[in-house]
Design a protein around this ligand. Sequence first.
Ligand code: SF4
Length: 229
Amino acid sequence: MAMTTPQPLTAMPQAAMPKTASQLDARLELPENVMISRLDELANWCRKNSLWPMPFATACCGIELMATGAAKHDLARFGAEVFRFSPRQCDLMIVAGRVVMKMLPVLQRIWLQMSEPKWCISMGACASTGGVFDTYAVVQGIDRFIPVDMYVPGCPPRPEQLIQAIIDLQDKIQVEGTITGREFDTAARQLRKRALTESGDPLTLDASRNPVVQRQLAAERNATTAATR
Ligand code: SF4
């Protein structure tokens, strides 16, 4: 079959520019089994299909979490079945059940020990809002203290709901992810957590992964230093 000479991309009119990776491959007439992609997309594809969950199951929702990983629902179909109890090996925190104030430092410590990039699913009404436990002893939503990417409603949610949340999270990782983690450096994600702001002591904030918060704290410190001179 006669080979045509590939046309330089810079010489193409805008309308003729390839829109997808497969169109680009066809345009460049790449050999079989060779494809072109962006490094971000490749990293996202790897990350989304190899999520390692860290189960933080404190109550009845934890039973549904276990069922999700068991044979019937088979979370392995989505590449997310490798539950680990070592936070340094995990990149997906699943909080299933109510979290009491005494347990909160443990949750935060485990979250901090997980390596970047990492994501969090809040499973069930209790983890997301405190559920029916509207008391001072129960955290009224874990997103007051750690960033949450997906909320799963229900009391308890069914395994299918958790699987849907994982699929949605995979879509989010594929669309928004970057190899440098720029997607985490957004004001919306890094806003000071509400309860910590209400506490009136911003220095207790976990600023380790919050460049926005770090900048705010540095500005406040500089302003205080300038005012006391
Ligand atoms: S949301 Fe319902 S099922 Fe889940 S931990 Fe709370 S009370 Fe239990």
